[in-house]
Design a protein around this ligand. Structure first.
Ligand SMILES: [Zn+2]
Length: 181
C-alpha cells in the first residue's frame, strides 16, 4: 500500500482536479491520500466522491502558513473536523490575508507595468479549472509575462529580493532573472 499525504489541487497551486487526483492515485497504487491545498479545503467537496469511485481512502488535510522561531514556514494539518467553526474562521482569515498580499503585490507591480491596476485585478476572473494563483494568471492575461511558469518564477524572485522587474533601459530582464533563480 502506498500513501501520498501532500497533494495539491486546482484549489491552490496545482493543475490537477480532485477527480484527476483520485484517478492518478489509483493508477499509482496509492490507497490513502490527502490533498493539502494552501489555505483551502475546497477540493474535499469533490474529492470525497472521486475517492469513493476509485476505492481510495483519504484523510482531510490543509497546508497553512505559520511562524516558527521567527521564520516563515508551511505546516501540514491533518484529520481535523472540517465543520469546526474555529477552523473555518481560521481558514477564512488565512484566505483574506493571502488575498491582501496578492493585492499589495499587484499594486507594487503596477508601478512597473501601467497595464496592471488593482481595480482591473479585482474585476478579473480566470477559469478555476486551470488551477494556480489569480495574480499570476492576471499578469499573464495582461501580457506582462508570456507564460504562467515565467510569471510565477519572476514574481516569486521579485518578492524575495524586492527589486524592479525592469533593466535600466526599460527592457524586461525576465530571462536573466530566471537564470539567476
Ligand atoms: Zn505543499
Amino acid at each position: 500500500m502506498f500513501a501520498d499525504l501532500h497533494i495539491h489541487s486546482i484549489f491552490s497551486d496545482s493543475t490537477r482536479s480532485p477527480e484527476n487526483i483520485a484517478v492518478v492515485a489509483k493508477n499509482q497504487n496509492v490507497s490513502l491520500l490527502s490533498v493539502c491545498d494552501h489555505g483551502s479545503i475546497a477540493s474535499y467537496e469533490r474529492l470525497a466522491d472521486a475517492c469513493k469511485k476509485s476505492g481510495i481512502s483519504y484523510v482531510i488535510g490543509i497546508e497553512m502558513g505559520a511562524m516558527m522561531n521567527g521564520q516563515d514556514c508551511h505546516m501540514l494539518v491533518y484529520n481535523f473536523d472540517k465543520d469546526n467553526q474555529n477552523m473555518l474562521d481560521f481558514i477564512r482569515r488565512e484566505k483574506e490575508k493571502s488575498d491582501k498580499e496578492c493585492e499589495a503585490m499587484i499594486v507594487k507591480m503596477s508601478r512597473d507595468y501601467p497595464g496592471l491596476s488593482l481595480s482591473d485585478y479585482l474585476a478579473y476572473n480566470y477559469p478555476r479549472e486551470s488551477g494556480g494563483w489569480k495574480y499570476i494568471h492576471y499578469a499573464v492575461a495582461r501580457n506582462v509575462f508570456k507564460t504562467y511558469e515565467e510569471a510565477g518564477a519572476i514574481i516569486r524572485w521579485r518578492l524575495t529580493v524586492g527589486v524592479s522587474l525592469h533593466l535600466p533601459d526599460g527592457k524586461r530582464c525576465g530571462g536573466k532573472k530566471l537564470a539567476r533563480i
